[in-house]
Design a protein around this ligand. Sequence first.
Ligand code: SAH
Length: 324
Amino acid sequence: MTERLDHFMARANAAYYATRDPFADFTTAPEISQVFGELLGLWAAVTWRLLDRPSPVSIVEMGPGRGTLMADALRAIVRAAPDFRAAATIHLIETSSRLRDAQRERIGDAVWHDALDTVPEQTLIVLGNEFLDALPIRQFVRRGIGWTERYVGPEGLAERTTDYDPTIEAEEGDVIERRAPAEAIAGDLAARLVRHRGAALFLDYGSEASRTGDSLQAISGGRPGDPLGAPGSADLTAHVDFARFGEAAKAAGAQIHGPIPQGIFLARLGLFQRTNQLARRLPPKRAAEMMEGARRLAEPDRMGRLFKAITLISPGTATPPGFE
Ligand code: SAH
């Protein structure tokens, strides 16, 4: 069977998330430090105030994994903004039934969805960490004066000529990536942010500006693997093109803030202050681990620079926290 790369990636990831424990293979920010989810919860609460406290409001997470981020966020929200919690219902967008079970153990009181379209038509505050990078990409290769598209066949990668023109400067052999599902989500969210008040915050790895290059990667057992190996054996991700994501949202009417480096964003939200505060109450070894987690999230040569934060928000709203 020969399959277009995005179809292969969608099938591989559906199989992977349905059968594997992804968190045995890689560690995401909410699994590194509880402060990550707490800060995002406080971000949501402050942003809700900037939006004039609309009620009712949906707190939505896309791709919640183990449910750690939302559990940490809700704990912080209950403490700091009980009025926001009282006005909110929780909606989780998750396709893996296995991960839904894990999420249910942490967040009892939520409604699950396969996609955004069934989330109620009302004000919403959306969070998504390492969600966009898992959405399928297509890859095109510059050949002569035209382009080919990458497919996955029995012998590995294959190229077929295509009429699709990515309208970008490229040299022979350059690869460019396109992720239509992410741009569709940006457009759908933006349309909602125009109809109702609201905001969406995404954190993920990728570049501010569109660039050429093959960024498809597979992680299995904590190590890089073969992206074209048996579907479902590894998590397949690729860099997020924040420029195109932001443009798609702007074209549909949303206001955009960022992308900015995750390290700067989290530091502005108080990552180190909150971590210090927690660490003071812990035995020395646990305190050191806690501080190390914060540094891992924020230091430029670790997750602080490659990862970015971007916000989509209703037009005419003040700048949300962290983007000042
Ligand atoms: N946000 C979590 C998990 C990241 S892994 C964390 O930071 O730890 C990616 C998550 O997105 C998983 O929960 C996966 O099942 C989910 N996911 C992947 N593709 C999806 C899709 N098309 N629709 C909904 N959820 C998806």
